[in-house]
Ligand binder design. Structure first.
Ligand code: SF4
Length: 350
């Protein structure tokens, strides 16, 4: 079982940059100071009491952890050391910028129990990085991944399709470069226009337009397919809804949806269901099999996939769970016919 995350948002701390899309206060829902040792230990204790049987992992999100002064990093990591030594805390994960990692930093993190670093890569296209005010290029990404892996730290990569200068082709090329770096996982956050950011200013003056929801779902589906073929999990699509993000006037534009990830998974399932229906005549009743936990992805939100299959193929479809299916396989049963498709392999035939 995966450890239970004990999250701390460290906001804009330590970051000298101002990426065009970033307003960490609004995204992370927290501003200002770093947690004190007492606050750290108190929250960990709360999580332990709430789930005494679970292993715990502290996660420092937001900001750029390793861009903070070393004494601030120590201020967060040193109080955790007795818990790590005693086994009361399994590990630590944090997020940072690719250009804020060097071999000494990576060794420091490893020594202090950091098992996973998530790099805010966003894009690996030079012009997109430039137009987004990232302040580093793609080379720094490749270097930082190598340095972290060398120190024995697991690396996750965050990507943001839809940044200024980005296109679906560039986003997919960035993804391919990211996959070549063999991260342990990806997070994909289609760009949103958040109030108070440079992007909001550009959006208002008409020089930037984000992806809309259908465009983002289609692009992310292709990214999911490519990542799946490479065997690299996408552990999150789209920003986690928060009360701050949901407040009126915070997200000005862009593909914000509280269940964005499910839209993407459902879209991928829809493609494979279409593949499986090849040659099945209109008027047929068909049954799709879903691996455990995937029925709702096949059905779609408000049964959207079943309605679309009826409109496109004239079939009446139902979905049921099949426990013996592998997690990435779906099935079709129609009369005597039984077919299977792998979710990440387009147009595969039975
Ligand atoms: S590096 Fe991260 S925290 Fe800093 S401005 Fe960019 S996105 Fe925000």
């Amino acid at each position: 079982m995966r450890p239970l995350l004990v999250p701390f948002f460290i906001s804009h701390q330590g970051c000298p940059h101002r990426c065009v899309f970033c307003n960490q206060v609004r995204v992370a829902g927290a501003a200002g100071t770093l947690p004190t040792p007492a606050q750290l230990l108190h929250r960990i204790e709360e999580y332990h009491l709430g789930a005494p049987a679970r292993q715990l992992e502290v996660a420092f999100y937001g900001g750029s952890f390793t861009a903070m002064p070393r004494r601030d990093q120590e201020g967060l990591l040193l109080p955790l050391q007795p818990l790590l030594r005693a086994g009361a805390l399994q590990s630590v994960r944090l997020s940072t910028r690719p250009d804020a990692v060097d071999p000494d930093t990576a060794r420091f993190l490893k020594r202090h129990g950091v098992a996973t670093v998530e790099l805010g890569v966003q894009s690996l296209h030079a012009e997109v990085l430039e137009l987004s005010g990232r302040g580093h290029g793609a080379d720094e990404v490749e270097r930082s991944v190598a340095v972290l892996k060398e120190a024995g730290i697991e690396v996750g990569i965050q990507l943001m399709p839809g940044l200024p200068g980005d296109t679906p082709q560039r986003a997919l090329a960035s993804l391919r470069r990211a996959l070549d770096l063999k991260p342990a996982f990806l997070r994909i956050y289609p760009t949103l226009v958040i109030e108070g950011t440079e992007l909001a200013r550009r959006y208002r003056e008409g020089s930037y337009r984000p992806l809309d929801l259908p465009q983002a779902v289609t692009l992310c589906k292709e990214m999911l397919e490519a990542a799946g073929r490479a065997g690299i999990p996408v552990i999150r699509f789209g920003l986690q809804p928060t009360s701050e993000l949901d407040s009126p006037g915070v997200v000005l534009a862009g593909p914000y949806h509280p269940a964005f990830g499910q839209l993407v998974e459902s879209e991928l399932c829809f493609d494979r269901m279409c593949d499986l229906l090849d040659g099945v005549p209109a008027g047929s009743r068909v049954s799709f099999g879903a691996p455990p936990g995937r029925v709702s992805d096949l059905v779609g939100q408000r049964r959207a996939n079943l309605h679309r299959l009826a409109a496109r193929y004239g079939v009446t479809a139902s979905v049921s769970e099949e426990h013996d299916l592998a997690p990435d396989v779906i099935s079709l049963t129609w009369d005597e016919l039984r077919r299977h498709a792998r979710l990440f392999e387009p147009h595969s035939r039975h």
